[in-house]
Write a protein that binds this ligand. Structure first.
Ligand SMILES: Cc1cc2nc3c(=O)[nH]c(=O)nc-3n(C[C@H](O)[C@H](O)[C@H](O)COP(=O)(O)O)c2cc1C
Length: 325
């Protein structure tokens, strides 16, 4: 058993998190993660309405009696989703752990904390992490430049970002971005983190509700096969390299504006990739971690393997490096 401040605070067996994933963080995956003793997050905005989220939480409860959480991604938007109503659906469903991401979660903290909901805030810089600690979140997930989705604009990789964060924060820190296996988990612990958060690795498991072709593509891809889109708009996202993402990079590099790529990046097209396995239908998130992934295990196989090998790595190879002369 690996026990850390994270496992203690959130009441889970293993220091492993499955972060929110648009279109992917559904009951099947999250329940499998919970059953394996890790902490999974349903993705609130994958559900079209707060009522649908409440139904998805209920569906997840039917599949597991272990703890799980909900990701609430707060993004700037002209027509924002009804965040307060999503928050109410989470609280009223009795979920006790939330992963916030995107914008500052301050407006939502009292509403969560007064109902005993713990907040794990995911961010991509030490200054945002310190701010989140100051406003009262319970733990931080710090996402390095390697990560799938939004790595921020500072481009600091995990090897520097994680110890820079753990040196300054007092609340528990989860290391995120580029983690797939026991080596990563042990490295994260060595860097001062209390566990790891993984997106791409959980996307490539049997239970992830996405087309088999997506999983095969992750296995076939290397760490070089991602693109950073929206860079000139300062809203960078790391996605799979395909004809659509390369076109988006090209249009924006040539001075195009968001309206010029709006259709290319439409959420419905990304969803089609996951549902139909049409890898060129739109943009879809995946991280550099894909270069370390070469199988499609069940979630339980994956979590068991990571924990068992991490224990062996700590007690074996690392202990063996100690020279007791
Ligand atoms: C397909 C996919 C969709 C994602 N969607 C979201 C999201 O909606 N909200 C969020 O906070 N993070 C999202 N992420 C980021 C993950 O929660 C996690 O922070 C990230 O994947 C960690 O990097 P890794 O992929 O290298 O493990 C997504 C990641 C993937 C792979």
């Amino acid at each position: 058993m690996l026990r850390t401040r994270f496992t203690e605070l959130f009441g889970v067996r293993h220091p492993i998190v499955q972060g929110g994933m648009q279109w992917v963080g559904r009951a099947e995956l999250v329940a499998a993660v919970a059953e394996a003793g890790a902490l999974g997050f349903l993705t609130a905005l994958t559900q079209p309405t707060p009522e649908a989220l409440a139904a998805e939480i209920a569906r997840c409860r039917e599949l597991t009696d272990q703890p799980f959480g909900v990701n609430l991604t707060i993004l700037p938007s002209i027509n924002p989703p009804p965040y307060d109503e999503y928050r109410a659906a989470i609280v009223e469903s009795g979920v006790k752990i939330v992963e916030t991401a995107g914008f500052n979660p301050e407006a939502h903290l009292p509403g969560f904390h007064e109902h005993g909901v713990k907040v794990l805030h995911k961010c991509t810089s030490v200054r945002h992490a310190l701010k989140a600690e100051r406003i009262g979140v319970d733990a931080i997930s710090i996402d390095g430049f390697e990560c799938a989705g939004h790595p921020g604009e500072d481009d600091v990789p995990g090897l520097v970002l994680i110890p820079a964060a753990t040196a300054r924060l007092t609340i528990p820190v989860i290391a995120s971005g580029g983690f797939t296996d026991a080596r990563g988990l042990v490295a994260a612990l060595a860097l001062g983190a209390e566990g790891v958060n993984m997106g791409t690795r959980f996307l490539c498991t049997q239970e992830a509700p996405v087309h088999e072709k997506v999983k095969a593509q992750i296995v076939a891809s290397s760490e070089l096969d991602t693109e950073l889109i929206f860079r000139p708009l300062r809203n960078t996202a790391r996605v799979a390299s395909n004809s659509v993402s390369r076109k988006v990079v090209e249009v924006l590099a040539e001075g195009g504006e968001f309206p010029d790529v709006r259709d290319l990046v439409a959420g419905a097209r990304g969803r089609k990739v996951f549902e139909d396995g049409d890898l060129e239908a739109g943009v879809w998130s995946t991280g550099m971690a894909q270069g370390l992934i070469d199988d499609v295990p069940t979630v339980r196989e994956l979590v068991d393997r990571i924990v068992t090998e991490a224990e062996a790595l700590i007690a074996g190879r690392l202990a063996g490096v100690l020279h007791r002369g």
